[in-house]
Design a protein around this ligand. Sequence first.
Ligand SMILES: Cc1cc2nc3c(=O)[nH]c(=O)nc-3n(C[C@H](O)[C@H](O)[C@H](O)COP(=O)(O)OP(=O)(O)OC[C@H]3O[C@@H](n4cnc5c(N)ncnc54)[C@H](O)[C@@H]3O)c2cc1C
Length: 385
Amino acid sequence: MEKRAEVGIIGGGIIGLATAYELASRGFRDLVVLTASFPGDGSTFRCASGIRASFTTREHIVLMRESIRKWIEWTRGELGRLGLRFMQKGYLWLASTEERVRAYEESIRLQNKLGVPTRLVDPDEAKRIVPVLDTRHLVAALHDPTAGKASPFKTVHALVMYLKSHGIPIHTYTRAEKIEEREEGFRVETSRGTYFFEKLVVAAGAGSPRLLSQLGIETMIKNIPRHAILTEHYKPVIGPLVVDPDTPGAPYIIQTGHGGFYIGRKIPETPETEPYSLKIDYPSLAIKPLLKWFPWLINVTVLRHWMGHYVTTPDHHPIIGPVPGHRNLYVSTGYSGHGYMLSPAAAEIIADYILEGKPKWTEAYRLNIMRIWRGDYIHETAIVG
Ligand SMILES: Cc1cc2nc3c(=O)[nH]c(=O)nc-3n(C[C@H](O)[C@H](O)[C@H](O)COP(=O)(O)OP(=O)(O)OC[C@H]3O[C@@H](n4cnc5c(N)ncnc54)[C@H](O)[C@@H]3O)c2cc1C
């Protein structure tokens, strides 16, 4: 027999779980989350945990600013009591050239205008923010004090605990295989039986394009591999995420709450590669360019290396909202490497569409799938890794 609920969410990554949380916290309970394996599996547990509003488009800056407000709210509320913790340690964007400094000045003007207090700092101040930084090659840096980090493991754990304690089912190891659109809703065949939902949210990360294509919906998304490495634990020495956009592949480093250095860098990749295809030379490709800033990294011990997907749209902005021509279908995907940080705001946008008919932030309208179909792209340049 078919299992039924008013709302079905496909995907138990940060986006699906946060959306379920947002609905449940507003008193809406008739929903089910289906996910192909365990909660957090996918990009979420592979991510660097960085959270920032230092972007270059109005849509990203405003929605990330609101997301940070919600990360703080989450930390202070019930999710915080369940272990979620946003650590507001900032981002430091390094500049090795005057040209980069000019670009930072321009983005700082827009960020400040939109309420994000980023500013340019000189090498001495950068050293005060990150005392272990070698500033000999530094011209200046953009400091974003509102940014920060939060362990994806603790965040997912808190969301799952919250949903469980509020009676919201998360059906794990339940892969959606076939979606049929009917007059009154959606019939979803899964690896563990059939479901019927009046409203459907597709938040399946790298699995979203394939599911949506079954309904004739083109997303133009590419699942692009991104690698990362993690070292042994060390005493806390780096507060912010530090990124060097002047080196090809924008290498970055962030120290986790446990003390491990999480290091990433973009390298040439083939889209759609399976998440377990590692590259043997990646650790040195990622660490070497950072030796210029942190020479002592030569002595750290690498523990792990993995790969996940940046589920990437043509303009590096997500697709969030209803799909014209498909009643009661909502998409929340294509986060292009920024889905963890945006998850609280993204969840609010989808919950607003479902419960109120429209989102409260005007910037959210532009993230509709129509912009992809029309080629009406929003141009983002502040991309890490
Ligand atoms: C190396 C790396 C570093 C990153 N760093 C950051 C960062 O610092 N900050 C940031 O904001 N973002 C970062 N990201 C991006 C971030 O991880 C993603 O944007 C975010 O996790 C997307 O969440 P999601 O829920 O959409 O997808 P996922 O976490 O991939 O979750 C999707 C879920 O859907 C399930 N699923 C898929 N297909 C189906 C199906 N057919 N049926 C049922 N379930 C299905 C999957 O099993 C998975 O659990 C990084 C990504 C990578 C790879």
